[in-house]
Design a protein around this ligand. Structure first.
Ligand code: NAD
Length: 252
């Protein structure tokens, strides 16, 4: 699917994978709307072709308004990339007692329900656009994690949320096929994003050493490249693609 003369919406677009994807989509000719919390946007870089829209992905009214902004931009909304997410860790039973249920619910709320909320409301707007010559109207790319499959100690909530995103992918593709909308998910390994900026060089080297090849962490630009490849490739649909250098996470 072509990006030129279309609009794209990227959640979590102020940082990390979302910011790299927003930049790449804009460079590819799309008019990009980066949805993120106001706190995220305050620290976001200025990028040509990217408009920031303060939005909490868990709030239906805020997402509805942000989708309307993108859909009303004068070019059809065709691309959605869901990158907003949080990754706190806690053991089910640890030194501080049992896992906080509120924390578990919050991770599901942002990572899974937020993804579904944007996917559903954006697909409504995409379905109203004119189809292209192939009958296609749009593409939605979600972000899971290899923690959906190889969740580590302390990742019960995070892995549950990302497993949910993997499970959502095929039924979403099937539900939206009648509107000419494709749905795929990327499951990244460990990517160099602000999340990792706080860890020591030694810890980072340890993480990189566990990756078979390339023996390094992934770059946000490599995620963006895959997201754009999915948008470009009309026959990719209903699938979750690992992007992890063959990494399989150990229990800890
Ligand atoms: N970095 C990695 O190694 C890695 C690996 C696998 C999966 N992921 C996933 O990729 C996605 C992006 O991660 P990242 O590393 O770029 O993180 P990041 O922290 O750099 O970016 C995440 C962005 O999401 C925003 N966000 C959080 N809650 C939000 C909400 N309720 N509404 C709107 N925006 C919200 C944050 O403000 C932030 O700008 C996440 O879903 C994460 O779980 C990351």
């Amino acid at each position: 699917m072509q990006l030129a003369h279309t609009a794209a919406l990227v959640t979590g677009g102020a940082s990390g994978l979302g910011a790299a994807t927003a930049k790449a989509l804009a460079a590819g000719g799309a008019r990009v709307f980066a949805l993120d919390l106001k706190s995220g946007i305050d620290q976001a870089p200025e990028v040509d072709g990217v408009t920031y829209v303060p939005t909490d992905v868990t709030d239906p009214e805020q997402v509805r308004a942000a989708v309307a902004t993108a859909a009303g931009s004068g070019v059809p909304l065709r691309t959605v990339v869901n990158c907003a997410g949080i990754g706190p860790s806690a053991r089910i039973l640890g030194k501080k007692g049992v896992h906080d249920l509120g924390l578990y619910a919050k991770v599901i709320q942002v990572n899974l329900i937020g993804t579904f909320n944007v996917l559903a409301l954006a697909s409504e707007a995409i379905a109203e656009t004119e189809a292209d010559e192939n009958g296609q109207r749009g593409v939605i790319v979600n972000t899971a994690s290899i923690a959906a499959y190889d969740g580590q100690i302390g990742q019960a909530a995070y892995s549950s949320s990302k497993g949910g995103v993997v499970g959502l992918t095929l039924p979403a593709a099937r539900d939206l096929a009648q509107y000419g909308i494709r749905v795929c998910t990327i499951a990244p390994g460990i990517v160099e994003t602000p999340m990792l900026a706080t860890v020591s060089d030694e810890f980072r080297a340890g993480l990189a050493a566990g990756v078979p090849f390339p023996r390094r962490l992934a770059l946000p630009e490599e995620y963006a490249k895959l997201a754009l490849a999915i948008v470009d490739h009309d026959y990719l649909n209903g699938e979750t693609i690992r992007m992890d250098g063959a990494l399989r996470m150990a229990p800890r």
